[in-house]
Design a protein around this ligand. Structure first.
Ligand code: FES
Length: 83
C-alpha cells in the first residue's frame, strides 16, 4: 500500500495521515486512531488494518522516513549516508 492510498475508505484517511498521527500524537491505544479523520468509525472494515498499523508503527515509520529521505534526495541529491 502506498502512503497516499486511503486505509479508511469510508473517510478517505490515507496511510500517510495515519502514520503522521501515530508519530505526532503517539497514541497509547489503537482506538485513538479514530481521532485521525474518523478512521475506523464507519463500516469498520479497516479496523484490523488500523490495529496492524498501530502494532507495526515503528516499522511503518521507517517506511515513512524512507519516503522523506527520498524526497530530500530529489531536492538536494544527497543521500543520508553522504553526510
Ligand atoms: S473503511 Fe474505515 S470505517 Fe469503513
Amino acid at each position: 500500500m502506498d502512503l497516499d492510498d486511503p486505509v479508511c475508505l469510508c473517510f478517505r484517511v490515507t496511510k500517510r495521515k495515519l502514520l503522521a498521527f501515530l508519530r505526532t500524537q503517539q497514541p497509547q491505544v489503537a482506538s485513538r486512531l479514530s481521532e485521525c479523520g474518523g478512521a475506523g468509525t464507519g463500516c469498520g472494515w479497516c479496523v484490523p488494518y488500523l490495529k496492524k498499523l498501530f502494532d507495526d508503527r515503528e516499522l511503518d515509520e521507517s517506511s515513512a522516513d524512507y519516503a522523506v529521505q527520498r524526497e530530500r534526495y530529489r531536492d538536494t541529491g544527497e543521500r543520508p549516508n553522504d553526510q
